[in-house]
Design a protein. Structure first.
Length: 321
């Protein structure tokens, strides 16, 4: 008799409900078509119900110390994942790793795994807001901006509905593409079968522009947030003159290319301050600012607070969730 693949979803406070059920539903539908391929249970660190980021409490059947040895444990997190990372949780994840348990993470769950040291040397991804922080804090991990990554016994994805894509790919690897396609069809999921996309919606959709020169310049900016490019470099990449690029940005984006570039750098700085362990100085350097004074002036002009005060505000607001 076939034994179902035993999966534990470890729910951490403020986990993403949509990510959890996007991972769960493909398993349910696969069982419907092919028998009991998978079984699953919910656990929390202490065995108590866990409140998701949408305020809905979810019951669990076990506490982490009593889950035994499942085939796969998936860390489910979202906002406030830093507070869930304790020495006890790190030790438990490392113990499961040594025991040969497969490990996965949804949304910011991969950062929880990274902090336990069980993703070192692997390809991994996470929610786009925390990608920069993961790269800075965990240099031993090959952090990508893919929608999901399956690297041997490690499954990580960027959150939202990305777990659906990841589970479909995983089901295909275990039980064949025909079953995965049937599951995707049942779930009315047309994206199945494509190569993993990026963690963010493409710039074309995000900014509502279809100008090839602007899109090329934005791509170059996003790839050079620390080692800054000059306007002339951006124009060369876009295949237009500097003057043409200036005109197009002002007409379609409402600002100059360099002003837009600055906003991207400050957005990344805000994510680093919120999610990484970098000092304010190092966060500024990672976003192309040569001094704290320069960084603070630009940051305050955009966000109304200095970098250090903004970091404290984020932490205080998190405490109130």
């Amino acid at each position: 008799m076939r034994t179902a693949f035993d999966i534990v979803f470890l729910l951490l406070p403020n986990f993403s409900m949509i990510a959890l059920y996007s991972a769960l539903e493909p398993l349910r539908v696969a069982n419907r078509f092919a028998g009991e391929l998978f079984s699953w249970r919910f656990a929390s660190v202490d065995g108590n119900a866990v409140v998701a980021s949408n305020g809905i409490p979810v019951s669990v059947s076990q506490a982490l110390p009593s889950i035994g040895r499942p085939n796969l444990l998936v860390a489910c997190a979202s906002y406030d994942h830093q507070k869930a990372i304790t020495p006890g949780l790190r030790a438990a994840l490392r113990k499961l790793d040594v025991a040969g348990v497969w490990l996965g993470g949804l949304d910011t769950g991969p950062i929880v795994l990274a902090d336990a040291g069980v993703l070192d040397g692997r390809r991994a991804t996470c929610h786009w807001e925390t990608l920069s922080a993961m790269r800075e804090d965990h240099p031993r991990i090959v952090v990508t901006d893919a929608l999901y990554e399956i690297d041997g016994s490690r499954l990580t994805c960027s959150g939202g509905t990305a777990p659906l894509d990841m589970m479909l790919a995983w089901i295909a690897s275990l039980h064949g593409s025909s079953l995965a396609t049937r599951v995707a069809d049942t779930l009315v999921h047309a994206r199945h079968g494509e190569a993993p996309a990026g963690t963010r919606i493409p710039a074309r959709t995000r900014y509502g522009v279809d100008d090839a020169a602007i899109l090329a310049a934005i791509s170059a900016m996003e790839n050079h947030l620390e080692d800054l490019l000059r306007l002339e470099d951006l124009a060369d990449t876009a295949g237009v003159s500097s003057r043409q690029l200036e005109r197009r940005f002002k007409r379609l984006m409402g600002m100059s290319p360099m002003r837009f570039y600055l906003s991207l750098r400050l957005e990344r700085a805000a994510h680093l301050l919120a999610y990484s362990r970098l000092s304010v100085r190092d966060a500024g350097l990672a976003c192309g600012f040569s001094s704290i004074a320069q960084f603070s002036r630009a940051y305050k002009a955009m966000y109304g607070l200095s970098p250090s005060h903004h970091r404290k505000k984020v932490a205080t607001d998190s405490d109130r969730i």
